[in-house]
Design a protein around this ligand. Structure first.
Ligand code: PLP
Length: 367
């Protein structure tokens, strides 16, 4: 059996008729930038997130940059986040002129270890960027408590977590702002790059709208030097169509995760990332920790199973962040996890037979 890591052609083909019709309408109107489809998607996505506003932008990395800029974060500020994430979380922090401060992750959830946040707070700290990694919410109650105590802003990186629930509330509305990516492989993916910022604050939403669009308030009136971080109209149309299917797709991902967990329940050598009580992830990735990960990954590849590693090098050890002065041993949980992490195939079109096959092959590979 061959099991791909995800199957976008299958998902795209199933939506072909709907997408053809939507594209046809746009090709007739030719409103390619800032068109009707963008406004429609923004309204639908805000409703999905339970927030008042959503602003479509060019990608998830830009979403984080624009959110931080709208909140006035810049030179002289420090922003706290985790080393176990994609660099799209951290590069926009640095781009504002702020300095990164890492906090290690919890060994069971691999999301920010809330016990370790306070030690990283300095008089310069302005914000925390919790990442809902793998589609699993960060511990928002604890994070919001710390943020209130220390007067910090919270910007959620929800790039992997469209629709994830934390104590029955969908992620995106916990912080001042939340950022999403619609990179093709995300749970909600466009036909290219796309992203969004959501918020309940009208003034912040307006700031992001201005910042994403050359800093303008009318066609040629610029309140600041802005850049082009807009969401394409064609992408918005794709996203509106896919959004209608997202709850069903997320449910299928959860069912697959439950099936994997059942298989691994009696196999100590396979440790899936835990889902604490009250957390309902959307399983952008199904991640397990195993010893001799590279050997196991090769065994699975030989059995026709594609896997991934998210992420093989913690950010504090990346050459790009050498200037921050962190060293091996600074964030031991992230470092150990990086050696053991293995992301198994999970996508809505995956069959039960595929899940069973992957589980059986993994159990064989670790024994
Ligand atoms: C995908 C991703 C981003 C960046 O999104 P892009 O759309 O690729 O720019 C940021 N953070 C996390 C956690 C991501 O997974």
């Amino acid at each position: 059996m061959q099991v791909p890591f995800l199957n976008l052609p299958q998902q795209t083909e199933a939506l072909r008729t709907e997408i053809d019709a939507a594209f046809d309408a746009i090709l007739k109107r030719c409103d390619f930038v800032g068109g009707e489809a963008v406004r429609q998607f923004e309204a639908a996505f805000a409703e999905f997130c339970g927030t008042q506003f959503a602003v479509g932008v060019s990608n998830g990395t830009d979403a984080i940059y624009l959110a931080l800029r709208a909140l006035g974060i810049g030179p002289g500020d420090e922003v706290i986040t985790v080393p176990n994430t994609f660099i799209g979380t951290t590069a926009p922090i640095t781009r504002t002129g702020a300095r990164l401060r890492f906090v290690d992750v919890n060994p069971h959830t691999l999301n920010i270890d809330v016990q370790k946040i306070e030690k990283a707070i300095t008089p310069k700290t302005r914000a925390i960027v919790p990442v809902h990694l793998y589609g699993q919410p960060a511990d928002m109650e604890a994070i919001l408590h710390i943020a209130r105590e220390h007067d910090l802003l919270v910007i959620e990186d929800a790039a992997q977590a469209h629709g994830a629930l934390y104590r029955s509330k969908v992620v995106g509305g916990f912080g001042q702002m939340a950022c999403f990516s619609f990179y093709p492989g995300k749970n909600l993916g466009a036909f290219g790059d796309a992203g969004a910022v959501v918020t309940n604050d009208e003034a912040l939403a307006e700031k992001v709208r201005i910042l994403r669009d050359s800093g303008r308030i009318s066609k040629y009136e610029h309140v600041e030097e802005g850049f082009n971080h807009r969401l394409d109209t064609l992408q918005a149309a794709v996203l509106s169509i896919k959004l209608k299917h997202l709850p069903r797709w997320n449910q299928r991902r959860r069912d697959i995760a439950a099936r994997y967990r059942k298989h691994f329940a009696e196999h100590e050598a396979i440790q899936p990332v835990t889902e604490p009580e009250g957390f309902e992830g959307v399983y952008h990735l199904f991640v397990v920790q195993v010893l001799e990960r590279d050997r196991v990954q090769t065994r699975l590849a030989d059995a026709g199973i594609q896997t991934g590693i998210h992420y093989p090098i913690p950010l504090h050890l990346q050459p790009a962040y050498r200037y921050l002065g962190y060293r091996q041993g600074d964030f031991p949980v992230s470092e150990t996890a990086a050696e053991r992490l293995l992301s198994l195939p999970i996508f809505p079109e995956m069959t039960d037979a595929m899940v069973d096959y992957v589980a059986e092959q993994l159990i064989r590979a670790v024994s």
